[in-house]
Design a protein around this ligand. Sequence first.
Ligand code: FAD
Length: 317
Amino acid sequence: MSVLIFIDQSEGHIKKASFEAAAYGSALAKQLNTTANALVLGTVSDNLAQLGNYGVSKVYQIQNDNLNHVDALVYAKVISGAVQQLNASVLVFSHNQTGKAVAPSVAIQLKAGLVTGACALPTTDNDFVVKKTVFSGKAFAYVKITSAIKVITINPNSFGMQTAEGSATIEQLTVDVPAPSVKVVATNKVSGEVPLTEADIVVSGGRGLKGPENWGIVEDLAHTLHAATACSRPVADAHWRPHHEHVGQTGVQIAPNLYIAIGISGAIQHLAGVNRSKTIVVINKDPEAPFFKAADYGIVGDAFEVVPKLTAAIKAM
Ligand code: FAD
């Protein structure tokens, strides 16, 4: 058995979630007594050798202009080709947008069993059983993969970033790259300073903020913490904030290290998108707000008083 980790990149930079996928794949390889290698598609400006710090021995790179933007069909064909060429038996993706789009197609092409949203290393003694979250993080399922090739997507922030000193070697790989089915003609950045799904800290606002004109206090706190901004669904539905900031069951699902919820009640559909956050801070003027039950820290108070004071205190640190 050998483990191959897919490294997701955007505009030449390795996505944060890929480092965790690398650490997970390397720990799995150790468990299987084999080596962990990585696969990256397209042109990358980041230093790929640094993946050695996450236990990766060798990084295989396939450079082709058609791979600089994610086209799920093209990626699936190329990754499947690489897995066959390298004789890999376990393929690890991050459970992010690219992983969710590409891993199922790869699994079909390789006739591989697929487990999405893994949150722990599989058991490998007798059976290959992967623990995964289900029902929006409310329960766990244990899924046995019986196929020769196995594909796993790992939930961001569920395993950690174990590091050790190391440097990976880099090797160029040649695999047929099909013509893309779509062509990217322009890219407009819509998110703020920090992309929501990559952010370590997220500051999120709800209907308690009363209107879009009051978002300055959210943005100021987010800017101070170098955080991304998010919102509840009614806020996006009312066009106070753009839809790509809406988190929850029907929006973006995130797992930052710190999630600060301001004026959000904590409905189950909202929690479904944020309850994998490592630490949750809730600011709400209603002490009975359901969000306090899911919070690690809670501040009962008026957001318009609490948030500016919090921001000023952080700035003064
Ligand atoms: P509210 O429920 O109106 O809560 C506002 C909160 O602000 C209250 O707790 C109030 O005490 C507090 N507040 C008011 N004034 C202040 C103040 N001055 N200072 C501090 N606190 C204050 N919602 C999502 O967010 N994401 C989803 O993905 C999602 N998907 C859904 C899918 C379905 C099928 C359905 C039916 C609903 C979905 N919802 C989703 C909606 C969800 O049920 C809630 O209605 C929504 O999350 C509530 O948003 P809110 O907390 O911003 O607003």
